[in-house]
Design a protein around this ligand. Structure first.
Ligand SMILES: CC(C)(COP(=O)(O)OP(=O)(O)OC[C@H]1O[C@@H](n2cnc3c(N)ncnc32)[C@H](O)[C@@H]1OP(=O)(O)O)[C@@H](O)C(=O)NCCC(=O)NCCS
Length: 216
Protein backbone atom coordinates (compact mmCIF):
# COMPACT_ATOMS: atom_id res chain seq x y z
CA UNK A 1 0.00 0.00 0.00
CA UNK A 2 2.67 2.51 1.05
CA UNK A 3 4.36 2.42 -2.38
CA UNK A 4 1.23 3.97 -3.90
CA UNK A 5 1.94 7.14 -1.86
CA UNK A 6 5.55 7.51 -3.01
CA UNK A 7 7.36 8.49 -6.20
CA UNK A 8 8.48 5.62 -8.44
CA UNK A 9 11.88 4.26 -7.47
CA UNK A 10 11.59 4.81 -3.72
CA UNK A 11 12.18 1.45 -2.02
CA UNK A 12 9.43 0.31 0.33
CA UNK A 13 8.49 -2.73 2.37
CA UNK A 14 5.50 -3.35 4.64
CA UNK A 15 4.06 -6.07 6.88
CA UNK A 16 0.68 -6.49 8.52
CA UNK A 17 1.81 -8.74 11.38
CA UNK A 18 4.98 -10.09 12.97
CA UNK A 19 4.67 -13.61 11.54
CA UNK A 20 7.94 -13.58 9.57
CA UNK A 21 10.98 -14.09 11.81
CA UNK A 22 13.04 -10.92 11.82
CA UNK A 23 16.45 -11.31 13.47
CA UNK A 24 17.98 -8.19 14.98
CA UNK A 25 21.63 -7.16 15.16
CA UNK A 26 23.05 -7.43 18.71
CA UNK A 27 23.07 -3.64 19.18
CA UNK A 28 19.41 -3.49 18.14
CA UNK A 29 18.54 -6.45 20.38
CA UNK A 30 20.19 -4.59 23.27
CA UNK A 31 17.90 -1.62 22.66
CA UNK A 32 14.88 -3.86 23.16
CA UNK A 33 16.08 -5.35 26.44
CA UNK A 34 13.38 -4.84 29.01
CA UNK A 35 10.90 -3.51 26.48
CA UNK A 36 7.43 -5.00 26.11
CA UNK A 37 7.17 -8.02 23.79
CA UNK A 38 4.80 -6.14 21.47
CA UNK A 39 7.28 -3.28 21.03
CA UNK A 40 10.10 -5.79 20.47
CA UNK A 41 8.15 -7.64 17.75
CA UNK A 42 7.05 -4.47 15.95
CA UNK A 43 10.59 -3.06 16.11
CA UNK A 44 12.03 -6.28 14.67
CA UNK A 45 9.50 -6.48 11.83
CA UNK A 46 10.00 -2.82 10.94
CA UNK A 47 13.80 -3.33 10.97
CA UNK A 48 13.33 -6.28 8.61
CA UNK A 49 11.29 -4.00 6.32
CA UNK A 50 14.06 -1.40 6.46
CA UNK A 51 16.71 -3.96 5.54
CA UNK A 52 14.62 -5.11 2.57
CA UNK A 53 14.63 -1.46 1.42
CA UNK A 54 18.41 -1.30 1.86
CA UNK A 55 18.80 -4.49 -0.20
CA UNK A 56 16.66 -2.96 -2.97
CA UNK A 57 19.05 0.01 -2.98
CA UNK A 58 22.11 -2.26 -3.15
CA UNK A 59 23.16 -1.88 0.50
CA UNK A 60 24.24 -4.72 2.77
CA UNK A 61 22.14 -5.31 5.91
CA UNK A 62 23.30 -3.16 8.82
CA UNK A 63 22.05 -2.35 12.29
CA UNK A 64 19.73 0.66 12.20
CA UNK A 65 20.16 2.34 15.54
CA UNK A 66 18.33 5.43 16.73
CA UNK A 67 20.24 8.64 16.19
CA UNK A 68 19.54 12.00 17.84
CA UNK A 69 15.85 12.57 18.50
CA UNK A 70 15.00 8.92 17.84
CA UNK A 71 15.39 9.10 14.06
CA UNK A 72 16.91 5.92 12.65
CA UNK A 73 20.53 6.36 11.53
CA UNK A 74 20.48 5.10 7.95
CA UNK A 75 23.78 4.28 6.20
CA UNK A 76 25.57 7.21 4.61
CA UNK A 77 23.94 8.06 1.30
CA UNK A 78 20.50 6.73 2.27
CA UNK A 79 17.43 8.60 3.43
CA UNK A 80 14.46 6.74 4.84
CA UNK A 81 11.61 6.49 7.30
CA UNK A 82 9.97 3.84 9.51
CA UNK A 83 6.51 3.47 11.04
CA UNK A 84 4.64 0.84 13.03
CA UNK A 85 1.25 0.58 14.69
CA UNK A 86 -1.17 -2.22 15.48
CA UNK A 87 -1.68 -4.13 12.24
CA UNK A 88 1.00 -2.37 10.20
CA UNK A 89 4.78 -1.92 10.00
CA UNK A 90 6.64 -0.29 7.12
CA UNK A 91 9.90 1.26 5.98
CA UNK A 92 10.81 3.35 2.94
CA UNK A 93 14.23 4.46 1.71
CA UNK A 94 16.02 5.96 -1.26
CA UNK A 95 19.43 7.18 -2.33
CA UNK A 96 20.09 10.59 -0.79
CA UNK A 97 20.41 12.94 -3.71
CA UNK A 98 17.64 11.39 -5.76
CA UNK A 99 15.43 11.94 -2.71
CA UNK A 100 16.15 14.60 -0.10
CA UNK A 101 13.67 13.60 2.59
CA UNK A 102 11.13 10.87 3.36
CA UNK A 103 8.54 10.58 6.12
CA UNK A 104 5.85 7.95 6.59
CA UNK A 105 3.29 7.38 9.30
CA UNK A 106 0.59 4.79 10.01
CA UNK A 107 -2.19 5.06 12.56
CA UNK A 108 -5.28 3.04 13.45
CA UNK A 109 -8.30 4.39 11.57
CA UNK A 110 -10.36 5.63 14.46
CA UNK A 111 -11.10 8.87 16.24
CA UNK A 112 -8.29 10.62 18.06
CA UNK A 113 -8.26 10.21 21.85
CA UNK A 114 -10.30 12.92 23.59
CA UNK A 115 -8.44 16.21 23.98
CA UNK A 116 -5.81 15.57 21.31
CA UNK A 117 -7.38 17.54 18.46
CA UNK A 118 -7.11 20.84 20.32
CA UNK A 119 -3.41 20.22 20.94
CA UNK A 120 -2.48 19.55 17.32
CA UNK A 121 -4.61 22.07 15.41
CA UNK A 122 -5.23 25.79 15.12
CA UNK A 123 -8.80 27.15 14.98
CA UNK A 124 -8.47 27.51 11.19
CA UNK A 125 -7.33 23.88 10.89
CA UNK A 126 -10.31 22.75 13.00
CA UNK A 127 -12.65 24.65 10.66
CA UNK A 128 -10.97 22.94 7.69
CA UNK A 129 -11.51 19.53 9.32
CA UNK A 130 -15.17 20.35 10.01
CA UNK A 131 -15.67 21.19 6.33
CA UNK A 132 -14.05 17.91 5.28
CA UNK A 133 -16.17 15.91 7.72
CA UNK A 134 -19.36 17.60 6.56
CA UNK A 135 -18.65 16.60 2.96
CA UNK A 136 -17.38 13.09 3.79
CA UNK A 137 -18.25 11.86 7.29
CA UNK A 138 -16.85 8.35 6.67
CA UNK A 139 -13.19 9.38 6.40
CA UNK A 140 -11.26 9.67 9.72
CA UNK A 141 -10.04 13.18 8.90
CA UNK A 142 -8.76 14.04 12.35
CA UNK A 143 -6.62 10.89 12.56
CA UNK A 144 -5.34 11.53 9.03
CA UNK A 145 -4.44 15.06 10.01
CA UNK A 146 -2.46 13.85 13.02
CA UNK A 147 -0.69 11.22 10.91
CA UNK A 148 0.19 13.68 8.15
CA UNK A 149 1.86 16.06 10.62
CA UNK A 150 3.87 13.16 12.03
CA UNK A 151 4.97 12.14 8.51
CA UNK A 152 6.09 15.71 7.84
CA UNK A 153 8.01 15.76 11.12
CA UNK A 154 9.80 12.52 10.21
CA UNK A 155 10.90 14.10 6.93
CA UNK A 156 11.91 17.40 8.58
CA UNK A 157 13.76 16.23 11.67
CA UNK A 158 16.64 14.18 10.14
CA UNK A 159 17.52 17.13 7.90
CA UNK A 160 17.49 19.73 10.66
CA UNK A 161 17.77 18.11 14.08
CA UNK A 162 15.09 20.54 15.21
CA UNK A 163 12.03 19.61 17.27
CA UNK A 164 8.73 21.03 16.00
CA UNK A 165 5.43 20.89 17.85
CA UNK A 166 2.15 20.21 16.08
CA UNK A 167 1.18 23.88 16.30
CA UNK A 168 4.36 24.82 14.40
CA UNK A 169 2.92 23.26 11.26
CA UNK A 170 -0.10 24.35 9.20
CA UNK A 171 -1.59 21.46 7.29
CA UNK A 172 -4.33 21.12 4.71
CA UNK A 173 -5.79 17.81 3.53
CA UNK A 174 -7.27 17.42 0.07
CA UNK A 175 -10.12 14.92 -0.35
CA UNK A 176 -8.32 13.62 -3.44
CA UNK A 177 -5.55 11.98 -1.38
CA UNK A 178 -2.89 14.66 -1.08
CA UNK A 179 -1.91 17.22 1.56
CA UNK A 180 0.24 20.31 1.92
CA UNK A 181 2.04 21.50 5.02
CA UNK A 182 3.92 24.68 5.88
CA UNK A 183 6.25 24.62 8.85
CA UNK A 184 6.91 27.56 11.18
CA UNK A 185 10.30 26.66 12.65
CA UNK A 186 12.16 28.78 15.18
CA UNK A 187 14.66 31.27 13.69
CA UNK A 188 17.49 29.13 15.08
CA UNK A 189 16.53 26.16 12.87
CA UNK A 190 18.58 25.46 9.74
CA UNK A 191 17.18 27.24 6.70
CA UNK A 192 15.15 24.75 4.72
CA UNK A 193 12.15 25.01 2.41
CA UNK A 194 9.25 24.92 4.91
CA UNK A 195 6.69 23.67 2.37
CA UNK A 196 5.98 19.95 2.18
CA UNK A 197 3.56 17.93 0.10
CA UNK A 198 2.36 14.43 0.79
CA UNK A 199 -0.18 11.78 0.01
CA UNK A 200 -2.61 9.77 2.13
CA UNK A 201 -4.85 6.74 1.98
CA UNK A 202 -7.20 4.97 4.33
CA UNK A 203 -8.36 1.37 4.71
CA UNK A 204 -11.15 0.22 7.03
CA UNK A 205 -8.54 -0.17 9.80
CA UNK A 206 -5.60 2.11 8.96
CA UNK A 207 -4.61 5.57 7.83
CA UNK A 208 -1.31 5.92 5.99
CA UNK A 209 0.51 9.14 5.11
CA UNK A 210 3.77 9.77 3.26
CA UNK A 211 5.95 12.75 2.44
CA UNK A 212 8.72 12.64 -0.18
CA UNK A 213 10.90 15.56 -1.19
CA UNK A 214 12.90 15.16 -4.38
CA UNK A 215 16.64 15.74 -4.29
CA UNK A 216 18.19 18.86 -5.77
C1 LIG B 1 8.66 10.81 16.44
C2 LIG B 1 7.18 10.61 16.16
C3 LIG B 1 6.80 11.41 14.93
C4 LIG B 1 6.93 9.10 15.93
O1 LIG B 1 5.62 8.86 15.50
P1 LIG B 1 4.69 7.74 16.19
O2 LIG B 1 3.36 7.78 15.50
O3 LIG B 1 4.76 7.93 17.66
O4 LIG B 1 5.35 6.33 15.89
P2 LIG B 1 5.61 5.53 14.53
O5 LIG B 1 5.58 4.10 14.85
O6 LIG B 1 4.79 5.98 13.40
O7 LIG B 1 7.11 5.93 14.21
C5 LIG B 1 8.12 5.52 15.06
C6 LIG B 1 9.40 5.55 14.26
O8 LIG B 1 9.66 6.88 13.83
C7 LIG B 1 11.06 7.03 13.71
N1 LIG B 1 11.43 8.23 14.42
C8 LIG B 1 11.46 8.44 15.75
N2 LIG B 1 11.87 9.70 16.01
C9 LIG B 1 12.10 10.28 14.80
C10 LIG B 1 12.54 11.56 14.40
N3 LIG B 1 12.87 12.52 15.29
N4 LIG B 1 12.68 11.83 13.08
C11 LIG B 1 12.39 10.88 12.15
N5 LIG B 1 11.95 9.64 12.47
C12 LIG B 1 11.82 9.35 13.79
C13 LIG B 1 11.71 5.78 14.34
O9 LIG B 1 12.16 4.93 13.30
C14 LIG B 1 10.57 5.14 15.09
O10 LIG B 1 10.58 3.74 15.13
P3 LIG B 1 11.70 2.93 15.95
O11 LIG B 1 11.80 3.60 17.29
O12 LIG B 1 11.17 1.56 16.00
O13 LIG B 1 12.95 3.09 15.12
C15 LIG B 1 6.29 11.08 17.35
O14 LIG B 1 6.45 10.22 18.45
C16 LIG B 1 6.60 12.49 17.81
O15 LIG B 1 7.48 12.70 18.63
N6 LIG B 1 5.83 13.51 17.33
C17 LIG B 1 5.94 14.86 17.81
C18 LIG B 1 6.53 15.81 16.77
C19 LIG B 1 5.61 15.99 15.63
O16 LIG B 1 5.06 15.04 15.09
N7 LIG B 1 5.38 17.25 15.21
C20 LIG B 1 4.46 17.52 14.15
C21 LIG B 1 4.70 18.90 13.56
S1 LIG B 1 5.93 18.88 12.32
Amino acid sequence: MIESLLPPGVASSEAFDDAAPAPLFPAEEALMTGRRARRHRQFATARACARRCLADLGHAPVALLPGPGGAPAWPTGVVGSITHCDGYRAAVADHFGRTAALGIDAEPAGPLPPGVLGLITSPAERAHLSDLAAADPATPWERLFFSAKEAVYKAWYPATGTWLGFRQATLSLSPTGSFTCTLHPPPTAPALDPHYTGRWLTTPTLVLTAVARAGA
